[in-house]
Design a protein around this ligand. Structure first.
Ligand SMILES: [Ca+2]
Ligand SMILES: [Ca+2]
Length: 116
């Protein structure tokens, strides 16, 4: 208990020995206002031209769906803008043929150009 009283006196003495300005600096709690990290605004991945069913692949299934659409067997495609792979303004059997050629490795994916 005697030690506590001595420590308290020492603290009071030390506090008084410090200039008011310095005391204020020492007692002011620094605010660590770290700005929050910027939220990543990632754009959705571009869908591959020709991937009309949106499964991530451009393959014969997509060509089949394009042909079914053209034949009137189905009324729409999940990713219809990706069906016009020659950017002709219409989805036709030519688009299906190009998708098949891409799937067969005869033409690169980059040769399929969909409307922007
Ligand atoms: Ca697909
Ligand atoms: Ca087309």
């Amino acid at each position: 208990m005697a030690n506590d009283a001595r420590v308290e006196k020492l603290v009071i003495w030390a506090t008084n020995a410090i200039s008011p300005a310095k005391r204020k600096r020492l007692t002011t709690t620094p605010t660590n206002t770290v700005p929050p990290p910027p939220t990543a605004t990632t754009a959705p991945p571009a869908k591959a031209c020709g991937d009309v069913n949106d499964d991530g692949n451009v393959n014969s299934i997509d060509a089949q769906l394009v042909l079914q659409l053209k034949a009137g067997l189905i009324s729409s495609l999940v990713n219809e803008p990706s069906g016009d792979v020659n950017n002709s303004g219409d989805i036709t059997s030519v688009d299906a043929a190009l998708i098949l050629q891409k799937d067969a490795g005869l033409i690169p994916q980059s040769s399929l150009v969909c409307p922007a």
